[in-house]
Write a protein that binds this ligand. Structure first.
Ligand code: GLU
Length: 372
């Protein structure tokens, strides 16, 4: 028997959840759900206090709940690796940082920001990439927590296998002495996600393409910490419909919960997100959640960026509305009836609804279609 899959979604609380972020969560969830005793974890990466946006943790949780993406360990539900908020795990990171200091693989960064900027300018003038390790101090001071703590890297070229992208390679330039602990006492993402993924026995790390260039650094740190590297899976960007740029607010990247208000069904949204860069190899387009759990595989996630096509979402929503039985549909449209329907009986409303069902694209179409 293969060991159960353990995946995590590890968002930073920096605002609302848009399609790209939720798709990452969905793929990680599908993978865990198709594994016997699989576990899906919701961990909050709140170590960058400057970027934090109030209320986003609740929004993240509510977005996942709306879609039916349930988590087995994490914030709210807790679990054997609690706490699941990184800002409450500082002692754990300190312990791991100490390990690296003890083995000679971490040192205090003695430079002022001005000195660092000087090194950067030098590199720029010489037209070579800036690498901190070229300025590694000979006798760094003892780390007292007020300086950044840096990783003493062991630069080398890497080739590795990504479960989506296939064989990847990078030369030694991609490995540098990055910061592990910042002078504000918080760890960097580069450091603490590796610690947490190990502590939480994560088997598969699914994350956005924006992190792929950092993987050589991570591999170097895994070695220094003597940790096994989990399966890494890079999810290609979600692009605007023109395919030219990353999906931004202007091209429809909005809070996923807005779609609920606009009369979209969570199952249609799940279907839409799952097929943003994945298909099962057949012509099938409409999938239920359990079909997705059964059929999803990382091997069939496409390597090239997916395009965000809101018309397709609308079409899928109509398909999923049609698939509901009338009682279920009746429950879901409760908030969408026009005022004129206030005194109409349940029975009559259901009758009207079954006539309108075939033409509803969103639940919010109801007032228009039932204007009697
Ligand atoms: N905290 C990172 C983010 O929000 C997560 C990246 C990861 O999954 O490792 O983008």
């Amino acid at each position: 028997m293969t060991a159960p899959i353990r995946t995590r979604f590890a968002p930073s609380p920096t605002g609302f959840m848009h399609v790209g972020g939720v798709r990452t969560a969905l793929f990680a969830w599908l993978l865990a759900r198709q594994s016997q005793d699989g576990v899906f974890i919701l961990r909050i990466e709140d170590t960058d206090k400057q970027r934090e946006v109030e209320g986003s943790i609740d929004q993240i949780a509510n977005s996942l709940k709306w879609l039916g993406i349930t988590w087995d360990e994490g914030i709210e539900v807790q679990g054997p690796h609690a706490p699941y908020l990184q800002s409450e795990r500082l002692d754990i990171y300190k312990k791991w940082a100490q390990k690296l200091i003890d083995s000679g693989r971490a040192y205090a960064d003695p430079y002022t920001p001005e000195q660092l900027e000087g090194f950067r300018q030098e590199a720029k003038a010489a037209k070579r990439p800036f690498l901190y390790r070229h300025h590694r101090p000979e006798n760094p001071p003892v780390w007292d927590g007020t300086q950044p703590l840096r990783f003493k890297s062991d630069p080398k070229a890497y080739t590795w296998t990504d479960a989506v992208m296939g064989e990847l390679a990078a030369d030694a330039e991609a490995v540098d002495d990055f910061i592990l602990m910042k002078s504000d006492g918080f760890p960097t993402y580069n450091f603490c996600h590796i610690v947490d993924d190990a502590e939480m026995s994560i088997t598969h790390v699914l994350r956005s393409q924006e992190f792929v260039a950092s993987v050589p650094k991570f591999l170097n740190l895994y070695e220094a910490l003597e940790l096994t590297v989990p399966t890494l899976a890079t999810l290609p960007f979600v692009m605007a419909i023109d395919g030219k740029k990353k999906l931004g607010k202007r091209d429809g990247a909005k809070d996923i919960l807005e779609y609920a208000k606009e009369g979209y069904l969570p199952e249609a949204m799940m279907n839409f997100l799952a097929t943003l860069g994945w298909n099962d190899g057949t012509e099938q387009e409409v999938f239920t959640a359990s079909e997705l759990v059964e059929k999803f595989s990382l091997e069939r996630v496409q390597k090239s960026p997916a395009r965000f096509d809101e018309k397709r979402l609308l079409w899928l929503n109509g398909q999923h509305i049609r698939a509901l039985n009338i009682d279920d549909l009746y429950e879901r449209v409760k908030d969408f009836w026009p005022v004129s329907a206030k005194n109409v009986s349940d029975e009559k409303k259901k009758e009207v609804l079954s006539l309108a069902q075939d033409r509803l694209k969103t639940l919010a179409d109801l007032p228009v279609l039932t204007d009697y």
